[in-house]
Ligand binder design. Structure first.
Ligand SMILES: *Cc1c(COP(=O)(O)O)cnc(C)c1O
Length: 400
């Protein structure tokens, strides 16, 4: 076999301009490489963009979600309803506090939490006993049944159903934590994602809509929680603590100044970035809409603005995705299965005894989902090339 061809078209590419370069470099000439003015400016820009009272810059989306779990006072054995169709972070942060993620399957078209099942799960878990058991893992959940929070994910940049989620949370006094790490700028019924929950989190890894290298931000309208989270990201130093005084058990979850500077210049052109991403998604939709073996992304009517994070197609059942992916990789087109169900990750099986078939929709999407190259800097020619190669590869494996 020939050595693998270098990827002509990568999975994702951040959009870095001279303005970004200049902003990052200029930080190096200041006294502050961390805990300086840039993070404050970046947080102010996020507050303004999202319309939240507070924004707390952190070192990653994962650390942001973890701080939300801490702020929600989630304790060992507590239950948090969440989705198995996500990046592992959204579940891991629950496990970091020895709490129990309770999975609810997703709806087939959007891949977001299924609201009918979420409603049922909340009522069953709150009533306890046999009814609750149906939703709990086979093992590892203990006997307590304190449902504390719901943690939905805005999958691929499409908001979950927040009218229902906010209703449930209010009615049953549950904390609502929005994992909007993939959804900066998305809108649900005309309002921005991240604002619906008690806390919302965005992430800025290089494949996200905007990047800070590594980084994230929490948005909230709860001032006490914001203060607590600011202390926790900074080694547990409360306002008034000196450098070596630590009121709380905290972490180093700070966002450094170079990252904050990059976030600022990136956020300044978020609108243009989102429009270009939408254009790229639109090209894909056009080129693929008549390809029988491919389902293109579904946008729910409540999604008044999709913030395109990735472009994930679903491949017809009769096509072997592994062979298809290998064929595309050979052509220089990077592709990736999206997502791998969380409940079937080895550590989850070991701890909770999950089995194949437990969350059938998540598993079906997991088996058939394929992310194509996607970024704000892709050209129409590149999109056309990906689609042409995709069809060629599909034809190869279609009649088997
Ligand atoms: C990117 C992402 C995160 C956070 O990722 P980090 O790499 O920690 O910034 C969390 N949840 C989802 C769904 C994500 O896509």
């Amino acid at each position: 076999m020939n050595p693998k061809k270098k990827n002509l078209i990568p999975m994702s590419s951040p959009e870095i301009t001279d303005v970004d370069r200049e902003a990052v470099l200029s930080v190096l000439d200041t006294k502050y490489l961390s805990i300086g003015p840039r993070i404050k400016e970046f947080e102010a820009a996020i507050r303004e963009y999202i319309g939240s009272q507070s924004a707390i810059g952190v070192s990653s989306g994962t650390s942001g979600l973890h701080l939300c779990i801490r702020a929600a006072k989630i304790e060992p054995g507590d239950l948090v309803i969440t989705t198995p169709f996500s990046f592992v972070s959204s579940t891991n942060v629950i496990l970091f506090e020895r709490a129990i993620p309770v999975f609810v399957d997703v709806e087939a078209n959007t891949g977001n939490l299924d609201m009918q099942q979420t409603l049922e799960a909340v009522e069953d878990l709150l009533s306890g006993g046999k009814r609750a058991e149906k939703w709990l893992p086979r093992k590892g959940a203990g006997t307590t049944c304190r449902l504390k929070a719901v943690l939905p994910v805005d999958v691929f940049g499409q908001p979950a159903d927040y009218d229902i989620l906010m209703g449930i949370s209010k009615q049953h006094n549950l904390t609502l934590i929005e994992d909007s790490c993939e959804a900066l700028g998305a809108e649900y019924k005309g309002k921005k994602a991240g604002k619906f929950g008690d806390y919302g989190v965005f992430a800025f890894y290089p494949n996200k809509q905007i990047t800070t290298g590594e980084g994230g931000v929490i948005v909230t309208d709860n001032p006490e929680a914001a203060n607590l989270m600011k202390a926790l990201r900074n080694q547990g130093r409360a306002p008034g603590d000196t450098w070596l005084q630590h009121t709380y058990l905290g972490y180093n979850y700070r966002l450094n100044e170079m990252s904050a500077a990059l976030g600022l210049t990136q956020l300044a052109r978020i609108e243009a970035i989102l429009l270009r991403r939408e254009q790229v998604a639109h090209w894909y939709n056009q080129y693929l809409k008549d390809t029988q073996e491919v389902e293109i992304p579904f946008i729910a009517p409540a999604t008044t603005r999709m913030s395109w994070f990735v472009y994930v197609i679903r491949i017809a059942k009769h096509i072997d995705r592994k062979l298809l992916a290998a064929c595309l990789e050979k052509e220089g087109i990077a592709v990736r299965p999206y997502f791998s169900p969380i409940h079937l990750q080895p550590y989850m099986i070991e701890r909770f005894g999950y089995q194949r078939g437990d969350y059938p929709i998540t598993e079906d999407l997991g088996k058939r989902g394929l992310a194509l190259p996607f970024s704000s800097i892709m050209s129409q020619e590149q999109v056309a090339l990906v689609c042409e190669k995709l069809r060629t590869c599909i034809r190869k494996f279609s009649h088997k």
